[in-house]
Design a protein around this ligand. Structure first.
Ligand SMILES: *Cc1c(COP(=O)(O)O)cnc(C)c1O
Length: 395
């Protein structure tokens, strides 16, 4: 086994060697600009981008012309939310959810400073969005609903089809951040009634710095205003010379994921169940964060009672690469806004760790990790108990 074992797949994933192979020629001999198609260098690049667009579209049940390439899900979310608000000044209300990724929440907060109104719908103890509150929040001023498919910290999957139906019924646009879901659960923009959908390559074994935004083009109201102006690339919505190699990687990553998704899901389900059982048997009390069933198979988020997450992550650091939650919140000591919103209080948030399984983990690694975490939990609880005893003997 190679240490530390990587178990942070919701933060990012390595590039699959098959994806890298496909990308490599586009850095060197096929370096053409996809917008300079007067010669074969350019047309080769342009054809590669077209192929990737088809690969992405196929996996979302979308038309290729409904896909634009971006620098990742952060940018896709910004284009969707800001770009739609800029387009329609008659409506000033957006509905989102308290557990969204910062790239949605901070974009919405920015819109509030510009005079827009935002409703942040709460979630239940499993992290599922409250559909009644969501529907009751809709008014004639509502422009857009933005609710993620799968949560990046706790793995809860939202009832996207139902939300899409509600949005459609009230004539409101529906955007979904599918950064964690793409390549891991089947997505279908028609079935889900989605008008805009964001994906990111590096959460699904593609390169960092590339993503896509699905835009329902035959529904003109769903076309966002650009945030970046220039050469009119990507239907004028996202100017800038296309990152051909990365786009080729994104397309290939989708193609591979589409084929292997089901097998991976079965494997991950077995492994997360195994880890949960070990934790229950040998590191009780432990609580699972997120929905027990409607969830990403490759995510496990648990709180070990009396074990601070920072201490646990630090203790196992040599052998295991795990984290407490979203990469953005790892930089500061604030407890996770996602775990807090489940309503269990501060302690639950300060004890939550996230285990993100990936394509290249082995059964051996999962077994090692489960037992290694159990040992670290026992040790940290013992130290805590010893400290308490010492304190009481002093007083
Ligand atoms: C990673 C992630 C993002 C940001 O994607 P980038 O491509 O890194 O900008 C947005 N939303 C969710 C749910 C994510 O997990």
């Amino acid at each position: 086994m190679k240490f530390p074992i990587y178990l942070d797949s919701q933060s990012t994933t390595p590039v699959d060697p098959r994806v890298l192979d496909e990308m490599m020629p586009y850095f060197t001999e096929r370096f053409g600009n996809a917008a300079s198609i007067d010669h074969s260098y350019g047309s080769q690049a342009s054809e590669a981008v077209d192929k990737a667009r088809k690969q992405v579209a196929r996996c979302l049940n979308a038309h290729p012309e409904d896909i634009i390439f971006t620098s990742g899900a952060t940018e896709s979310n910004n284009i969707a939310i800001l770009g739609i608000s800029l387009r329609d000044s008659t409506k000033n209300h957006i509905i989102t959810c308290v557990t969204e990724h910062k790239s949605v929440l901070d974009t919405c907060k920015h819109l509030e400073t510009m005079g827009k109104q935002v409703t942040y719908v709460p979630v239940d103890k499993f992290g599922s969005v409250d559909l009644d509150t969501l529907e009751r929040s809709i008014s004639e001023k509502t422009l857009l609903i933005s609710i993620m498919v799968a949560n990046n910290e706790i793995g809860t999957i939202a009832p996207i089809e139902e939300i899409g139906k509600i949005a459609r019924k009230h004539g409101v646009l529906f955007h979904t951040d599918a950064a964690q879901a793409a390549g891991h659960v089947p997505l279908d923009v028609e079935k889900m009634n989605v008008d805009l959908l964001s994906v990111s390559a590096h959460k699904m074994y593609g390169p960092k710095g590339v993503g896509a935004l699905y835009i329902r083009q035959h529904y003109p109201a769903a076309k966002p205003f650009p945030l970046v102006y220039g050469g009119g690339h990507e239907q004028g919505i996202r100017s800038g010379t296309l990152n051909v190699a990365s786009i080729v990687g994104l397309g290939r990553a989708f193609e591979i994921a589409d084929r292997e998704m089901q097998d991976e899901k079965n494997r991950y389900e077995k492994w997360t169940k195994y880890m949960l059982n070990i934790f229950h048997d040998e590191a009780y009390p432990v609580e699972q964060n997120g929905h027990p069933k409607n969830r990403l198979a490759h995510n496990l988020n648990v709180s070990f009672e009396q074990v601070e997450n920072k201490a646990l992550i630090h203790t196992v650091r040599e052998k295991l690469a795990i984290s407490s939650g979203s990469a953005c919140t790892t930089l500061n000591v604030e407890p996770s806004h996602v775990i807090l919103s489940l309503g269990f209080g501060q302690v639950r948030a300060h004890t939550a760790i996230r285990l993100g399984i990936g394509r290249f983990n082995t059964e051996e690694e999962i077994e090692f990790a489960a037992h290694f975490i159990v040992r670290a939990v026992s040790r940290l609880r013992r130290i805590r108990l010893d400290n308490l005893k010492n304190l009481s003997s002093i007083s």
